[in-house]
Design a binder for this molecule. Structure first.
Ligand SMILES: Nc1ncnc2c1ncn2[C@@H]1O[C@H](COP(=O)(O)OP(=O)(O)O)[C@@H](O)[C@H]1O
Ligand SMILES: [Mg+2]
Length: 394
């Protein structure tokens, strides 16, 4: 395959390793500086120029977009997507993951356990928010910080309030998050490639530091993950739309708490801690996916008037429960089931004989008018005090 690694750091460890792994496998690979692209929307088809010349054909890209160029970088990735060039990480996925609040919001509806988090702007809402996540000591985070910079542990509510107000006054948005003390300055980084964790490490903070980032002096060791951790990591990456991701999890009393999903995970720490060829696994995965570019399903499927995509809920009361898909009458109503979600299990392309259960969710393509009656009511909010562990422990 012909692969472009989009990176502004051709000499960085990760870029070098990815390049070497690609060459070793006989691929044609170029490292292209993301900022040297020009997006061209003047012709009949979306196009790209690189360093002033029309870009040659590529089979795949691997974006390594730094946080300082998110807007332009994701625009370039999106342009490759429009040109049907395969990318393991979509522009959408990269921008959602980059913003800690946005990532938390997206993950929160998918039964991914996370540290209790709040986001407020009004001065009067600050103290109640701190109390809601569990009081002091409390963690305060800048939305787009990396490498541990912009993550603060405030020992008392008053101090936390003062820090948050100061940051607000300089127009910085911050997350308020429960301090997960039982993780004791340690966290887990799982490197997800495709549908599996290819390497994992535990990072431990230095001295009395609570942040375990390698850039903050944290040390690393390879670990074999429990299935609950693997599942949380893979599902988080999938939900974010990332096929290559570094998922950071705290070790909570009740299992993994997902903190963030990194779309350009560094390879040095994890390869050295585990002695695994992570770069090779990434290249192999991309090579296997070439020819299957990610497409925006909504964008493509909703162009026929009156048709669209919807998630239908099999109601307890409905006559669908206990019937097989073949007997469900959906097909006759011009509705095609793409996937069936049952709890945390997903059945892609479910066959006719699959029997429906109450609370199954069906992702369907079909006539909107027919599907309307089956769209679930808006989810009722449960009055809750504490977030319970969501993933079954094993
Ligand atoms: N809620 C928390 N409780 C305990 N430790 C935390 C919490 N949030 C972050 N940390 C520690 O701080 C580190 C950095 O936080 P993180 O959200 O990953 O920011 P960054 O993007 O800067 O790496 C984590 O790796 C972890 O060790
Ligand atoms: Mg982190």
């Amino acid at each position: 395959m012909k692969l472009a690694v989009l990176s502004r750091a051709p000499h960085a460890y990760s870029t070098q390793r990815l390049r070497a792994a690609a060459i070793q496998r006989g691929h044609d690979v170029k490292v292209l500086n993301t900022l040297k692209f020009a997006i061209d929307l003047t012709g009949d088809e979306p196009d790209l120029h690189f360093r002033g010349k029309q870009l040659s054909d590529y089979d795949a890209i691997l974006p390594r977009i730094g946080s300082s160029i998110t807007y332009f970088g994701t625009a370039v990735v999106r342009q490759f997507e429009q040109m049907d060039v395969y990318t393991p990480n979509t522009a959408n996925g990269i921008s959602s993951a980059r913003d800690k609040l946005r990532a938390n919001q997206i993950l929160s509806r998918h039964n991914i356990a996370m540290p209790p988090t709040a986001f407020v702007r009004n001065r009067a809402d600050v103290r109640p928010a701190i109390e809601r996540v569990g009081g002091a000591p409390v963690v305060i985070k800048l939305l787009e910080g990396t490498q541990g910079i912009g993550v603060i542990l405030a020992p008392q509510v008053k101090v936390a309030e003062a820090i948050i107000e100061t940051l607000h006054s300089t127009k910085q948005n911050v997350l308020i998050q429960k301090f997960i003390s039982e993780s004791r300055g340690r966290d887990i980084r799982a490197l997800v490639v495709g549908d599996r964790v290819v390497a994992a490490m535990r990072r431990s903070a230095a001295g009395d530091e609570f942040r375990s980032n390698v850039h903050r002096g944290g040390s690393v060791e390879g670990v074999q993950l429990d299935p609950a951790y693997e599942r949380a990591a893979v599902r988080s990456a999938q939900i974010m739309g990332l096929r290559v991701a570094g998922v950071d999890m705290l070790e909570g009393d009740d299992g993994p708490l997902v903190m963030e999903v990194n779309s350009s995970p560094g390879l040095q720490g994890i390869e050295q801690a585990t002695n695994l060829d992570v770069a090779g696994a990434i290249i192999d995965y991309i090579a296997g996916q070439v020819g299957f570019p990610e497409i925006d399903v909504r964008q493509r499927l909703t162009v026929s008037t009156g048709y669209g995509v919807a998630e239908l809920l099999v109601h307890n009361a409905a006559e669908l429960v206990g019937r097989s898909l073949g007997e469900s009458g959906l097909w006759e109503r011009d509705i095609t089931v793409l996937t069936l979600h049952r709890g945390t299990m997903v059945i892609p392309n479910p066959r006719k004989h699959v029997v429906l259960e109450a609370d199954d969710r069906l992702l369907c393509f079909g006539k909107l008018e027919e599907m309307r009656s089956m769209i679930p009511e808006r989810r009722r909010r449960r009055a809750k005090v504490r977030r319970l562990p969501k993933e079954p422990l094993s």
